[in-house]
Structures are given as structure tokens and as C-alpha cells.
Design a protein around this ligand. Structure first.
Ligand code: PHE
Length: 342
């Protein structure tokens, strides 16, 4: 290799580059000169065999040639891209277009929307509240006494303690939203509050430290327990089918009096008894009751003038039962094979 040879190659390359008119021939050019076995690349190999004095000047010139060619190829590429009339062989207008892939709603969101949608048709308004709450909204105002076990530090997620400030915590129930709404508004009220709640439970197939609840509240100058029953029956029949039977079992909640747990006949085995309902033929779905007068006092309502009822349900549980989902952890694993089924 010598200087003449190198200059000849430079001239040849630039005249060939001038003739390039498509992305494809540009690529052919690149391969021929700068590719692994290209002419310029080969000269770099040859350079190694030369003596020190020969190598220096030739090396410099060869490097310059390489840089020039790379720059000119870039220029060519952008002029090809911007020249409209020119045929771009890499673009095939007859190929079908790329279909954008739409996502879908998470099964929990779908279940929340379906349930809140049913209550909206019954005149309930959907409201949301904060997940980081005060002890007042999560416990005190809900008539949950100071010595109640759920107030223990290990039974609720508390934030770091600070002086002169009521402790903050992650709400353990969406009943907090009842309090927030009643503090702000006067009755009559008809609300449903969906959202996440947190409890430091050991995670297993049916427990999680985070899950979703929907809480309902109705307040008026007069409400009755039979209205509560009627509304829940209507709701559960819409959700689970017209043959759904419901049953109220006496229970205790600090914020409702009287309170009940609400069961439906097991729709998986038609109440014959299966492993999901534990052979009982009934599934527990809701907590409910008449709002305790002590709660009305906490929010400045006159318990002699107003009445109300509240209910709460777990969204994961309902979604799991309806879709036959065996493990609550599946909702959070982000496994598309699971999520695409809904
Ligand atoms: N908040 C209760 C729970 O988390 C459910 C409930 C809501 C019960 C409203 C009665 C009235 O278990």
C-alpha cells in the first residue's frame, strides 16, 4: 500500500457514493468500503504489516478517509430520507399497518367499577379518600376504643411518630371516607367509597397486606334496617344473578349498631356445599349495620335527628369467587397470562 493507492481509493469511493440513490445502495456501499471485509477496513489490516515510518503518514490519511466517508454517508442518509420524490426501497406501502396494542383494565378495577356502577344506578355517589389517614378518621371517629386490638402498632401500619402530631397510618378500612364526607356535608347522603386498605397480615392465598374495599353509607332523617336489606339484596342479585339468596347474621362492628354479616348462598355449588363455602352452602360477603349514634356525634350530626346505615365489602374476595381465582397474590404479580383473561 502507498499514498497513490490510498488517494485512488478515496476518489473511487467518493464517486461511487455520489451515485448512491437509495438506502439499499447506501448500505451496499458501506459494506464494500467500511464493512468487516471492506476496502478501507482491509487497508487498516495492511497498515499493521508496515514499518513505523511508513505507518504514521499512511495511518493518518487512512483515518481521515474513514472519517470523511462516514460523514458523507450520514449526509447521504439524511438527504435520502428528506428527498420526497425519490424511491425509498425500505418502505413498502403495501404492508399492513402496525396495530397499536390497547391495554385493558385490571380485574380489580373492573370489579370496582362494576360494583360502584350498580350503586350509582341506585342513586349513590362515588367518593374517594386518602390512603394515609389520621387515627381520628380510622379509629376514634369510628367509635373504635383506644384499647381495641386493631389499634396496636403491629396490627396497623403507622408512619414515623412525630411530636405534637397525631400519628398517621395507612387506613385499615374505607370506613374512614364516611367520616370525611360527613364532616364536610349535611345529610341526606348516599355514597360508596372504593379504595385500597392496609393490614399487616401474613400474606397467603387469601390474605394480603393490601387489598380493596368498597364502603357504602346512606344517611337521612329516617332510614331503616329493611332498606339496608333491600338495597343489599337488589345489589347482590344484580351482581350475582336473580336467584341469589341473602342471609343476615348478627355480628359486631364498633361503628354500627345493630351490625350484621351478610352471606349469599354459594353460587359455585348452588348452595349444595363445596370446598369454597366449606360445605356450608353460604359465602360471607359483607359487613353492614345501622350507623352507631356515637359516630354521628363525632362528626357533629344530631343522632336524634338522623339515621343511617353502612356496609363494606372486600373487592378481591368477590373477584376471586366470581372468576374462580385461587390465590389473591395473582392480582399483584403482573403476569400478563393471568391479566389477559379478563
Ligand atoms: N369496615 C368493616 C371491615 O373492614 C366493614 C363494615 C363496613 C362493616 C361498614 C359495617 C359497616 O370489616
Amino acid at each position: 500500500m502507498n499514498v497513490e493507492e490510498l488517494r485512488l481509493l478515496a476518489r473511487e469511493a467518493s464517486s461511487r457514493l455520489d451515485q448512491v440513490t437509495s438506502h439499499q445502495s447506501l448500505e451496499e456501499f458501506r459494506v464494500a468500503y467500511l464493512g468487516r471485509k471492506g476496502k478501507v477496513t482491509r487497508l487498516f489490516e495492511e497498515l499493521k504489516t508496515l514499518s513505523e515510518e511508513e505507518r504514521r503518514p499512511l495511518g493518518r490519511e487512512l483515518n481521515e478517509l474513514k472519517i470523511t466517508l462516514e460523514r458523507k454517508m450520514e449526509e447521504k442518509k439524511s438527504s435520502l430520507a428528506s428527498s420526497h420524490g425519490e424511491k425509498d426501497e425500505s418502505f413498502d406501502p403495501s404492508l399492513p399497518g402496525l396495530r397499536p396494542s390497547y391495554g385493558r383494565l385490571h380485574p380489580i378495577t373492573q370489579t370496582v367499577r362494576e360494583i360502584t356502577g350498580l350503586f350509582e344506578r341506585l342513586g349513590f355517589e362515588v367518593v374517594e379518600g386518602p390512603e394515609v389517614e389520621t387515627e381520628f378518621h380510622n379509629f376514634t371517629a369510628l367509635n373504635i376504643p383506644l384499647d381495641h386490638p386493631s389499634r396496636d402498632a403491629f396490627a396497623t401500619f403507622y408512619t414515623k411518630e412525630e411530636e405534637n402530631r397525631e400519628p398517621y397510618l395507612l387506613r385499615s378500612q374505607t370506613s374512614t371516607v364516611q367520616i370525611r364526607v360527613m364532616q364536610k356535608r349535611k345529610p341526606p347522603l348516599r355514597i360508596v367509597a372504593p379504595g385500597r386498605v392496609y393490614r399487616p397480615d401474613q400474606v397467603d392465598a387469601s390474605h394480603s397486606f393490601m387489598f380493596h374495599q368498597i364502603e357504602g353509607l346512606m344517611v337521612d332523617d329516617r332510614t331503616t334496617f329493611s332498606e339496608l336489606k333491600g338495597i343489599l339484596q337488589l345489589f347482590l342479585r344484580k351482581l350475582l344473578g336473580p336467584d341469589t339468596k341473602i342471609r343476615f347474621r348478627p355480628h359486631f362492628f364498633p361503628f354500627t349498631e345493630p351490625s350484621a354479616e351478610v352471606d349469599v348462598n354459594c353460587f359455585l355449588c348452588q348452595a349444595k356445599g363445596c370446598s369454597v363455602c366449606g360445605g356450608k352452602g353460604w359465602l360471607e360477603l359483607l359487613g353492614a349495620g345501622s350507623v352507631d349514634p356515637a359516630v354521628f356525634e363525632q362528626v357533629g350530626y344530631d343522632p336524634k335527628r338522623v339515621q343511617g346505615f353502612a356496609f363494606g365489602l372486600g373487592v378481591e374476595r368477590i373477584a376471586m369467587l366470581r372468576h374462580g381465582i385461587p390465590d389473591i397474590r395473582m392480582f399483584c404479580e403482573n403476569d400478563l397470562r393471568f391479566l389477559r383473561q379478563f
